[in-house]
Ligand binder design. Structure first.
Ligand code: ARG
Length: 582
């Protein structure tokens, strides 16, 4: 709706059809935003390819298109430049009308997706009785942003927290819990000290053969459904999820206990999935284990690489659980699209899984699975993030530190009372961490650097939040001076800074849709950063409250308001709050 391409493209098709015959009207004019304002607002490069196809010079082709191009009411008469580029400069009146229309739309021009899909998003996935580490932080933050973007576009999103709540580790964990006694263990775990609990169990397991033996028989008891063992297992889960919930709350992510479908959830389906794969002729016994060998995957020794359906000891593991989860998501949840937000180190696992899913007929056609892979979080030394003692960095500790430092940033500005200050500090601190994570190309590693994340300038969360705050304080000042902030005032575009700001505002729809398509949140952060920068320039160059005429003032206030709403919406889609003051 807001995208000027919607107006430009049909006009190009018509011109191309008129110039070269209707069979060419479908040719892509390759219209893009211009890299530089001197080349106009948009540039069409399609004459190159069309020239080749028609065996005519691109310049000649471009000139012929321009001869038929009717851009009345949209753009100035187009120009042919260089070897055959067509430069388009939109009319100020057109831009003003588009911006006015945008301001009157709650969705700020972003239409819902043409077809609403059922999308399963598998994210966060911490492990029971283990600390959430920075990898889980990334999965949680990226997954939450993806969920928000997809929901905004009208998709039905089913969140699945694939909790690590099953496996042979639970033998030693339950034994350790028994040794401590329920109350003692509960006290320890409710402090959120999951790592210490896990390490103690592991140390005993490694050092004490009798304990290791007990742990192994405990696994058998767990699998056999022994009531006391199950009760202790459930206690571990309850205590852990209670702790995870506090982290989710602090982070402000949309995950609740209802979204948990842990590994154990699939236990009752595993044998049937194995049978299914055997029936389909996909699973074969190899050295006693039941395996699927999707073609095209080889291990280091050159031998084909398997997905393990059933281990040689008869047990099921991580691979089997994921096969069952995939089938369940397709058949029971009715997923059109399944998104796994997991560390890049598991890429091979998911490639194997998706291939197997295709072979089994669970995936294919319109039903697709995607691994949203992300890189590692590095410490200041550029190496995987660890505590000085070499342990796991506690996620909550990072969040608390960010909030504390944000408090200092906010206090420095001295504008807020005590209570507001701590609320804003939380929004700024948590927002800074989220923004830093989301603004990196997710496939890449990044260095965890709180100073940089909290900086008030540059491509940071606080900078964007502050740009939003500036739009709000301008509105407050206007109100103080008795100027009614008119959201619906007609936008008049005269200055270059206004023009640049409007063009950026109109681009939101395209960015949100491409973020949903590629599942790359950094597209949205880049957009928002550019928007904030365009607003800063506008703010410097175009007096708002002291504009020349009441019409101009109203127009600039409307643009300011629209910018603020766009920043708020965009940050919201990333799971980042936009305070009114800071
Ligand atoms: N719990 C796993 C881990 O911490 C990640 C699970 C990812 N999701 C999945 N369906 N395999 O590494």
């Amino acid at each position: 709706m807001s995208d000027p391409l919607d107006d430009l493209l049909p006009r190009f098709s018509r011109a191309i059809g008129m110039a070269f015959g209707t069979e060419h009207a479908v040719v892509d004019p390759v219209l893009r935003r211009s890299a530089q304002a001197t080349f106009g607002d948009y540039q069409a490069n399609g004459a190159m390819a069309l020239g080749k196809a028609l065996d005519r010079s691109p310049r000649e082709v471009a000139t012929a298109i321009v001869g038929h191009l009717d851009l009345d009411g949209v753009a100035e008469p187009p120009e042919v430049a260089g070897p055959g580029f067509i430069n388009i400069r939109l009319l100020p009146a057109y831009l003003g009308a588009k911006a006015t229309e945008l301001a009157g739309d709650d969705r700020l021009g972003v239409r819902p997706a043409a077809t609403a899909e059922t999308v399963v998003v598998d994210y966060s996935q911490p492990n029971v009785a283990k600390e959430m580490h920075v990898g889980h932080l990334r999965s949680t933050i990226i997954g939450d942003a993806i969920v928000r973007v997809l929901e905004f576009l009208g998709h039905r999103v089913i969140r699945q927290n694939h909790l690590g709540d099953w496996g042979t580790n639970f033998g030693m964990l339950i034994e350790h819990l028994g040794d401590l006694g329920e109350d003692e263990a509960a006290a320890e775990l409710s402090l959120g000290d999951l790592e210490a609990f896990y390490q103690q169990a592991k140390a005993k397991f490694d050092a004490d053969p009798a304990f290791a033996e007990r742990a192994r028989s405990r696994v058998v008891a767990l699998q056999g459904g022994d009531p006391t063992t199950l009760a202790h297992w459930q206690l571990l889960i309850d205590l852990s999820t209670r702790y995870f919930s506090t982290v989710y709350e602090l982070l402000g992510v949309r995950l609740t206990d209802d979204d948990i479908a842990g590994e154990s959830f699939y236990n009752p389906m595993l044998a049937d999935v194995a049978d299914d794969l055997v029936d389909k002729g996909l699973a074969v016994v190899d050295e006693g284990a039941l395996c699927v060998f999707p073609p095209g995957f080889a291990g280091r020794d050159g031998k084909p690489f398997p997905l393990m359906v059933r281990k040689s000891d008869g047990g099921f593991g991580y691979d089997a659980t994921d096969l069952a989860a995939l089938r369940y998501r397709v058949s029971a949840l009715g997923a059109d699209r399944i998104i796994y937000v997991v560390d890049a180190r598991q890429s091979q696992h998911f490639a194997l899984l998706f291939k197997a899913g295709e072979m089994a007929g669970w995936l294919g056609d319109a039903r697709r699975a995607e691994h949203v892979a992300f890189g590692a979080v590095l410490g200041p030394d550029g190496r995987p993030f660890k505590t000085r003692a070499g342990g796991t960095v506690k996620l909550v500790a990072l969040l608390r530190e960010a909030i504390e430092r944000a408090e200092a940033v906010v206090a420095d500005r001295g504008e807020l009372d005590e209570a507001t200050r701590s609320e804003v500090a939380r929004q700024v601190g948590v927002g800074a961490i989220k923004y830093a994570d989301l603004s990196n190309d997710r496939a890449k590693d990044y260095v965890f650097d709180l100073d940089r994340m909290l900086a008030m300038d540059g491509n940071t969360g606080p900078y964007l939040q502050y740009a939003h705050v500036r739009t709000r304080s301008l509105a407050r000042r206007a109100a103080e001076q008795g100027v009614t902030p008119a959201t619906s005032a007609p936008v008049v575009v005269t200055e270059p800074a206004e023009r640049a700001l409007v063009l950026q505002l109109l681009a939101l729809e395209v960015v949100v849709h491409s973020t949903a398509e590629t599942l790359q949140p950094h597209r949205l952060t880049t957009y928002l950063f550019e928007l904030a920068s365009a607003f800063t320039t506008f703010f410097d160059q175009c007096p708002v409250l002291r504009a020349d005429t009441p019409e101009q003032r109203a127009s600039r206030l409307a643009l300011t308001d629209l910018t603020g709403r766009t920043l708020r919406l965009g940050l919201g889609l990333l799971g980042i709050e936009a305070p009114e003051r800071m």
